[in-house]
Write a protein that binds this ligand. Structure first.
Ligand code: UDX
Length: 452
């Protein structure tokens, strides 16, 4: 028998919206708040400020069925709930540290306006020991009322593009608590997901037969570390694959053949070994950076992670070098950039390697044109110097080179013969290793990729 809880979610970004909508979907009463009023207005009108598959339908249904509410009054949201999930941003500061000021603001708001004891859960990615500081801030600022707050950490492992499914069918739910009562409450909150008993939106209402998620209870400090360690390790795998690709380029081996076989060892695993332009997005780069900074602060030299970061930065240099070698002069050449998002199935361009590449080509005076199935609107605001095409074929018309910077399926399935005919020079740099080199060569392309 699952019980319905009253939950508030602070911050309506990717994490907050997915968390709020999914908690409502599994039956809880959820109130979401954000200090950006315009976001709340948009959400109340039934629109989403971000693009994430399934999320629009989930938000709309749960609003109309009365389980999901949006308010710009944060105090009201918190007062109406027994558990508060903090999902505010922790962007990088100039020195790479995570900016925790939003968390600090929220702590003071909860302490003064919370109106009674609550479970306060940090979902934002934060360095270890943030929970301790959060608890201290809550206690200090609530000293007049003497309210007792319990702090827990509950890191998210959501990937953009599959966030709803990742939330509802996770492989593990990690809970960091310093008192058993908090673990009990969080188990209640997640009960429908742990027992796989909820109306599953992506599978016609029935949960798939996959094994139930592990419920991992640790200390708050460990839970915070688990998040940073997970993302750093994923980044490490990618940088490893990228260095391997460079070796393959020099030695005449094929990196995809190598990683496919290496990944068959279950101790290594096949995922996140795709070589190319490197990792981007709002999580991996900033989490690696923040983890390095955290290590420095406690006197640990995490050389390994510094190398991960360095290898990733060099990917753009390497692409640029390949383009320069092939094209000789870049100034005035029409470069067709296929892909702007940091990965497929998202419109997110934050810390996107494709955008870094675009900046380099613009700086060199190239005549840069681009196409992306989702991310053109956001890029237009950031880099108005780019000419945007309506479709890939318009894009490559009369181009001197085409560069694949994001591995959208659409690019795999282009009519490459037609592309060949459209281009001024049939030169393709496949920076995401999505096409078949032999096929491209037989079509008459000058074709370059990474490590094949
Ligand atoms: C990541 C983590 O996967 C997720 O668990 C965490 O909660 C948030 O950060 P996300 O930022 O959505 O999720 O992106 P992810 O799918 O991990 O990809 C990150 C970047 O790595 C992308 O730029 C992608 O193109 C790149 N990548 C990924 C590779 O270059 N090679 C790979 O093999 C895998």
């Amino acid at each position: 028998e699952s019980c319905i809880l009253r939950i508030s979610v602070i911050g309506c970004g990717y994490v907050g919206l997915v968390t709020g909508a999914c908690f409502a979907e599994i039956g809880h009463q959820v109130t979401c708040t954000d200090n950006d009023d315009s976001k709340i207005v948009t959400l109340r009108a039934g629109k989403l400020p971000i693009y994430e598959p399934h999320l629009d339908a989930l938000v709309a249904r749960n609003i109309s069925e009365g389980r999901l509410h949006f308010t710009s009054n944060a105090g009201e949201a918190v007062r109406s709930s027994e558990a508060v999930f903090i999902c505010v941003g922790t962007p990088p500061l100039d020195n790479g540290d995570a900016d925790l000021s939003a968390i600090d603001n929220v702590a003071r708001m909860i302490a003064t306006e919370g109106g009674g004891p609550k479970l306060v859960v940090e979902k934002s990615t934060v360095p270890a020991q943030t929970g301790q500081e959060l608890k201290r801030a809550l206690d200090v600022y609530s000293r007049k009322s003497g309210t007792n707050f319990t702090v827990a950490s509950n890191p998210e492992f959501l990937r953009e593009g599959t966030a709803v499914n990742d939330f509802l069918h996770p492989d593990r739910i990690v809970i960091g608590v310093d008192e058993p009562a908090a673990a009990k409450k969080l188990r209640e909150i997640y009960a429908p997901i742990l027992d796989k008993k909820f109306h599953c939106p992506a599978h016609d209402g029935k949960c798939p037969d996959s094994p139930p998620p592990a419920f991992v209870v640790t200390t708050v400090n460990s839970a915070e570390l688990i998040k940073h360690a997970s993302n750093s390790f994923l980044a490490l795998k990618i940088s490893f694959a990228n260095s391997l690709a460079d070796m393959c380029d020099q030695l005449g081996a094929d990196v995809q053949e190598v990683t496919a076989a290496v990944g068959m060892d279950p101790r290594i695993g096949p995922q996140f070994l795709q070589a190319g332009l490197g990792f981007g997005g709002f999580c991996l780069p900033k989490d690696v950076q923040a983890f390095i900074r955290l290590a420095e602060r406690v006197g640990i030299d995490f050389t390994l992670l510094k190398a991960v970061e360095q290898v990733n930065k060099q990917r753009i240099d390497l692409l640029f070098a390949k383009a320069r070698k092939a094209l000789w002069v870049l100034k005035g050449k029409k470069i067709a950039l296929l892909g702007l998002a940091f990965k497929p199935n998202t419109d997110d361009i934050r810390f996107s390697p494709a955008i870094d590449a675009a900046r380099r080509f613009l700086a060199e005076g190239a005549n840069l044109h681009a196409y992306d199935p989702q991310a053109m609107e956001k890029t237009r605001k950031l880099l108005p110097e780019i000419s945007f095409a309506r479709n890939p074929y318009d894009l490559v018309n009369d181009a001197d080179a085409a560069i694949i910077a994001t591995e959208w399926d659409e690019f795999k399935h282009l009519d490459w013969k037609r592309v060949h005919n459209e281009m001024a020079r049939p030169l393709v740099i496949d920076a995401r290793n999505v096409l078949n080199p032999a096929e491209m060569k037989s079509l008459g392309f000058e074709y370059y990729s990474f490590g094949r």
